[in-house]
Design a protein around this ligand. Structure first.
Ligand SMILES: [Zn+2]
Length: 145
């Protein structure tokens, strides 16, 4: 096999990998996007405080979590210094299911593994193929994987 042929195989492989990866991400997005439309809407900080409380109770969570409501689109969970957590929710995706998703990331320990430069690629794979599907499956089906 000439180097050119090998490079053709690699290029072809990368192409199929990216098509597969793109399809996979699209499926995940649809899986958690559709039920979100039917989930309870969050319109204020008071709504968010109540829903975070209710959903954290369902997971029997004892961690200290500060919910922050925003008027722009954001969905994130952050680990703060001192072992506290923060959930940011706002805009289009401000729904109970988004809270469930972010809480599950915290509950399952996903925020305990920081993104380090040295293992960025493995960390990305771990996030895409393990942590994100786990959070989505809990968000949609309440199954704890
Ligand atoms: Zn997520």
């Amino acid at each position: 096999m000439s180097p050119n042929e090998i490079s053709d195989y690699v290029t072809e492989g990368m192409k199929w990998l990216s098509i597969g990866g793109g399809t996979y991400i699209a499926s995940l997005t649809i899986l958690n996007g559709v039920p979100r439309l039917f989930s309870e809407r969050i319109n204020s900080q008071e709504d968010l405080d109540r829903i975070v409380d209710e959903e954290a109770n369902k997971l029997s969570m004892t961690k200290s979590i500060t919910p922050k409501f925003h008027d722009f689109w954001i969905e994130s969970s952050i680990k703060l210094d001192g072992g506290n957590y923060e959930i940011n929710i706002g805009g289009f995706g401000a729904r109970r299911s988004a809270v469930r998703h972010e809480l599950y990331h915290i509950h399952r320990g996903h925020l305990e593994h920081p993104w380090k430069k040295s293992n960025g690629f493995l960390r990305a794979l771990n996030y895409i193929f393990r942590e994100e599907p786990q959070a989505i499956v809990y968000e949609v089906f309440r199954l704890k994987l």
